[in-house]
Structures are given as C-alpha cells and as structure tokens.
Design a protein around this ligand. Sequence first.
Ligand code: 1PR
Length: 551
Amino acid sequence: MPTVHLLDYAAGNIRSLVNAIEKLGWDVEWVRSPGDVAKAEKLILPGVGHFGHCLTQFSNAGYVEPVKAYIDSGRPFMGICVGLQALFEGSAENPAVPGLGVIPGRLERFRDDEKSVPHIGWNSANTSSKDEGTKGHSIYGLRPDSKYYYVHSYAVPYREGELEKDGWSVATARYGTEEFVGAVARDNVLVTQFHPEKSGAAGLRVLKAFLEGRKSEPLPANLSSAVTKEGLTRRIIACLDVRTNDQGDLVVTKGDQYDVREKSGENAVRNLGKPVQKAQQYYQQGADEVTFLNITSFRDTPIKDLPMLEILRQTSATVFVPLTIGGGIRDTHDPETNRTVPALEIATLYFQSGADKVSIGSDAVTAAEQYFASGKTLTGKTAIETISEAYGAQAVVVSVDPKRVYVTSPDATPHHTMETAFPGPQGEKYCWYACTIKGGRETRDLDVVQLVTAVEAMGAGEILLNCIDKDGTNSGFDLELIRSVKAAVKIPVIASSGAGNAGHFAEVFEKTNVDAALGAGMFHRGEWTVKQVKEELHGKGLMVRGFEEET
Ligand code: 1PR
C-alpha cells in the first residue's frame, strides 16, 4: 500500500484521520522524531487544540527546521486545522508563540458579538468565485457546493488578493459577517482549516486528491458556476443513549423523561438497536454529528473495560463526521487497581479511540457548585479545565440535564426565573430550571444559567442542552429553556429533548438562535430519518449540509 507520513506532535485526537487515510487505501507511517521528517515522501501535519500549546510542543521537539526544509524540498505537504494555523506567522490566541511563517498572515479570534464562538459546524470552502487562476477548477477536490466540518475560534481573515498575489490559491468561508480562509494551496502545499477526515464524503474527496497529487481539476460543468449559500449550516445531530440491558448487552436505549424501562412485560431496558450499527445508519442518512451517551456511567467500571472505547474504535473506522462521547467523564475510581484515574486520562482514552469531543454532565454540576461556593474561583483542576487546556475548548461539551421548577413569582426564589407560556399545575406563571446529576436521579440547588455561565468560564466549548420534562415526549423542544441559555453564553448550544418530527427542528431553528439540534427517539424508532428531516428543513429555506455519496 502507498504510505503517507503523519506527524503527531501533540498527541491529539487523530485516530479518525488515520481511519480516513486507511479507508482511502493508504498506510500511515508515523514521524517519531525530527530525523524521520526527511524520510517522508508525503507528509500530513494534523493539529487540534491551542495554537500556542501545539506550536510550543512542535518547536521544543525540534520539528520547525526539518518541516520547513521538507516544504522547501517541494514534496507534498498537508496541514489540517492547527496544522494550517502553524504555517502562518502567528495567532492572536498566543501572540508570543511564532508560527512557521511559510504563509504570510496572522489568525484573529472570531467576533462573538453576533455569533457563537467557537465556530463549530459545516461551512464552505469556496474557490471558484475568488481566484482567476482557479476559476472553474477545483483545488484538491474542493467543491463550491460542498460543506466541510470546522471547529475553531481563530481564523485567518480573508482579504481578497492578499494571498493570491504571492501565488496562493485560497478557498474561503463566511461566518456571520466575517470572511475567512478555509483552505490555501500553492505548489506542493495544501492546508485546510476544516477537518477533511470529519467532513464525510466531501472531506474524503479532498484527502484523496492530496494523497493522489491531484492539485487542480476542472469542476463538473454543473458546478463551475455554482456557489453554495455561504455560511454555517443548521447542524442535525443523532444521539444514542447507550447502556447494558439486563442480559449484559450494550444497547441503544431511550428514556421517556429519563426512564428507559418498558412500561409493559418484564419492565426490560428499552432495546432500540446496536450502537455501532445505528451510528453508521445515521451517518449514511446524513447526520452532521453522532453523540453517544453512556447513561449508566455513574457505576464504577474497571477503566480497561470502559464499554464505549470499543464502540468508538469500531464507529470511527467508518463514520467520518464528529463523534462525541459522554457519560463518566470525571476523575474515576478504578476498582481493579484501586487508583483514582484523572478525568483527563479518561478523556485521552476516548480521544485515542476515535472521539472528537467528550461530554461532561454530573461532574460539571459539581464543578459549578464549587465555582460559586469559592466566589467564582477557577482552580485549573476540574475535568473541564484540564481537558479544555489539553485538547482545546472545542473538544469539551457540557451536557445539561435540567428539570423545570414552577414558582408563583420571581421573588419566590434567588434562581434565574422566567415567565412561562406553560403555567404550572397550580397556575404558576414563572419557572426556573434546576440542574440534576446521575441522569436526573438527583436534583441540585443550582440553575441552568448558573451552570452554563460557570462552565463557559472554565473553558467548555459547547452546551448540550437536554430537558428532562421534554425528553422522549415527541412534543418539540423547550424553546423557553433554549432562549434563556442562549442569552447567557457565547459558546454554541445544541437543543436536545422532545423532537418528534422535522417540524420541531424547523421550529427550534426559526424561533431561537440555537446552533444545532439533536434527535434520538424519533430516529431510533424509525419514525423519521435524518435525511427526511434535512430535506424538510431545506424545503423551508433553512441551509443544511447536502448528502454526498462516498465515491
Ligand atoms: O453525568 O457525565 O456521567 O453523563 C451522563 C450522560 O448521560 C449525560 O449526558 C446525561 O444527559 C445522560 N443520561 C443519563 N441518564 C439518562 C437517561 O435517559 N436515563 N440521557 C441520560 C439523557 C439525553 C439525550 C436524549 C435527548 C433526546 N438523554 O441523550 O436523547 O433527551 O431525546 P428525544 O429526542 O428522544 O426526546 P455523566
């Protein structure tokens, strides 16, 4: 098999990249030391997390000069995400840490006055309309009608002609009112801000074109003038609650207000299918992300037997969109070794098994309670802070399990209340949302606004906003809850709980500014496919990522 060298200097979550390369029929050779770089015939520089953290590791390990010499040698070089950022002169993320300066320019943070930051989701990489040199042509398989998966807070602002004048071809994307560099290519170099290994068929096409050295090809006639509507698509996520059934098999289940047992028969755990198979099915249907939640994670399991590790290894081998794993991401007592394993070590196991993001539930509530109890002091030791510091904010999701609490007036509680259009059982017109832990089994005296503001301060990159009252009801999302959380944070929020049809997805996107929406039961029960939901949203004029066959 042909080989490509991979330079993994920061132990990032790059198993998915290896899986994508192997799926395309190539073998990965690892660059283990600066001396290995010269051996490479083709070299890929991946990268996740902080610019400064990555470039410092890269430089301290002695890679700067060997990689610059490799690029100067004219052999094919691809940089992905922080691997693109590294080639520029520097980044506002860590002004004291220099980039390689191969490409002129610096990264700036997205403005968060009009949109969520990090920029997470599917956006364009348009070359056709910008650059005479590439008009009607595709750089390395990029297409104006495709969308690619981005997950970053810093970007190179696009200023027309600035890079082109030095012979660089540029593919751009727009986020809010900001136009930025999605990919840049010249001679033997291709760098992408997006993750081709997480961008489905469109991303695999780019990776394949690089591996096969296809720099520029005429676009298919129907695409040469096509330009997708620019901007971030509405992200549709399929969520799989996973646990062992009474026979010990790992199954996809679904709670009805978090109760996963059938109401009839032997009161068995609802069994809606096999996790890996369902995930592959949703990927084929066009899901933009897949989330696994291990819902019995509060039970101590020997670390080596963590059930979701194998599920991630198998899923990430064939599912090339972002995978999130939640359940049990916390400092964990290992009954076998009688040792407490830090949350960061647990998360690293999942990243090395193919996860792109970890989701933290109960532990986030505990950390938020301590945050407020200590006068909003950040210790740097919480699971959120340590994982975000090591892998970047975009790798940390906080899953919220709130329960509605009715009050007669805002003065009846110190918590963040709202007037509700759905009065309580005694006609109460106000409510607040209490956080719960252990899958809703324990309610805490902490409200969701307190929780989300605390975890944002700790470096969480995204909120998975469930709702116990709505869970499994097929009655639509809790728009009041979503609006109150969206008003409280700048990081992206995923609406979850209650979806029963495509109309509920359209409603939440049209009536709130939520960044993504998640479905579970309606997909598991086969009532709707992800593809049908996307087709209906597209029909209503909402921009969704189109389905592309893997070629
Ligand atoms: O607390 O960090 O160990 O994480 C536990 C994780 O497991 C949390 O993310 C928590 O939300 C989840 N969880 C725990 N128990 C349950 C349960 O159902 N008994 N799942 C559970 C919560 C949320 C979504 C659900 C949506 C959409 N479910 O997974 O799929 O509500 O459902 P719908 O579209 O069918 O309405 P930790």
